[in-house]
Design a protein around this ligand. Structure first.
Ligand SMILES: Nc1nc2c(ncn2[C@@H]2O[C@H](COP(=O)(O)OP(=O)(O)O)[C@@H](O)[C@H]2O)c(=O)[nH]1
Ligand SMILES: [Mg+2]
Length: 130
């Protein structure tokens, strides 16, 4: 059960999704006006998903920065419960994606589209369709 389910949260949920180093945590911090999420040049630094609350131009919503999505295969398989931290991180991200009212799919304009961006785009389509 995620933090959102525990709170039985009535606010819309926005999930920031994308490969490592595209600026997910930077956007999260900007919207939450906090330095809650670790911003780093080193891909894969963030592990857990970060949850915050936003009041943006009078619109209240919950926001999730899906850190730690480094293993697309694990995420796609929606791993069964194990004690493995990496599996837990992937499962948590997958839960948030399923619960999302809106997914913000972030890419890096300077780098352009990488194969992993394309894989993640296909994955998110699958998650939301199922
Ligand atoms: N030039 C530029 N750099 C950015 C932008 N957003 C983030 N960064 C930098 O990109 C790196 C990765 O950002 P981060 O938010 O940690 O990415 P994440 O791994 O997707 O969470 C950091 O060095 C940020 O300062 C942006 O809009 N423009
Ligand atoms: Mg991050």
């Amino acid at each position: 059960m995620t933090e959102l389910e525990k709170n039985n949260n009535p606010l819309p949920l926005v999930v920031i999704f994308g490969r490592a180093n595209v600026g997910k945590s930077t956007l999260f911090n900007c919207l939450t006006e906090k330095r809650q999420a670790l911003v780093s040049d080193i891909a894969g630094t963030t592990r857990d998903s970060n949850l915050g609350r936003v009041d943006w131009l009078g619109h209240d919503f919950e926001i999730v920065d899906t850190g730690g999505i480094i293993d697309l295969k694990r995420l796609a398989e929606k791993t069964v419960a194990t004690g493995d931290i990496a599996d837990q991180v992937q499962r948590q991200a997958s839960q948030y994606l399923k619960q999302a009212d809106l997914v913000v799919f972030l890419v890096d304009n300077k780098t352009g589209l990488l194969p992993q961006d394309k894989e993640m785009a296909l994955l998110i389509k699958g998650v939301k369709v199922k």
